[in-house]
Design a protein around this ligand. Sequence first.
Ligand SMILES: Cc1cc2nc3c(=O)[nH]c(=O)nc-3n(C[C@H](O)[C@H](O)[C@H](O)COP(=O)(O)O)c2cc1C
Length: 253
Amino acid sequence: MSDPHLESLRSFLKDTVRQQVDFRATEQGRGLPAPPLQKPFPSSATRIPLSAPESCRSLGQLDLFSAIANRESCREFADIPLGLDELAFLLWATQGVREVINPATALRTVPSAGARHPFETYLAVRAVKGLKPGLYRYLPFAGELVELNRGNHQTRRAADACLGQSWMAESAVVFAWTAIPRRTEWRYGAASHKVIAIDAGHVCQNLYLACESIGCGTCGVGAYDQQAVDRLLGVDGREEFAVYLAPVGKKLS
Ligand SMILES: Cc1cc2nc3c(=O)[nH]c(=O)nc-3n(C[C@H](O)[C@H](O)[C@H](O)COP(=O)(O)O)c2cc1C
């Protein structure tokens, strides 16, 4: 290989990085407390309860084989709103909590290296029954949404922030995942960033399959203007920043 820049970027994918970490020097190794499992929110914020996961069981009638076989990226959506129970199902499928082990560790519906789960889920809502258009964040431990701001044109703003991928504006809701890298760095230090990227793939794959099972479509979006999406979500771009997005809507019949 002749390009040293590419070579150094490739090394990010190798486990050599982890092998060089002195785990006694990480925050966990030094006995420091783990960061919160979920980003705090203002106590005065409006919260919207979501259906319990078990009540979403009947929504997805497609067998797993068909969901996997039919999965494809969807960039055209029917102009039909999503049900709030359908949104609750998709949120549970992507980041729902299965079990809280202790204050530093919880297990979710997706795997995560060291069970660190470094993501927060934001929703730019255009058309979900029972939700005013606006920006929301999922609270997986309570099974709720927290309202961040109200206003129309959220999916349009997301599309603009994703380098003008205008098809995104026609979705019912855009999922946007941020990473809070410190949750993983607390345990893995410099070996965190490869596994954070792998973790994100698991989350979006569950979204693809869960969408398929309820007649929705989605498409992972990794091309976006970093500052514009961070601004849209109201995150600082250092301790928390956008890593991946996925518009969701009902499929055209
Ligand atoms: C990490 C990642 C980033 C992607 N980013 C975009 C994107 O920004 N815009 C887009 O239209 N599709 C995006 N895609 C979708 C791919 O183009 C799509 O998965 C690929 O063409 C294969 O098609 P399929 O998903 O239907 O099998 C992305 C997919 C992944 C996994």
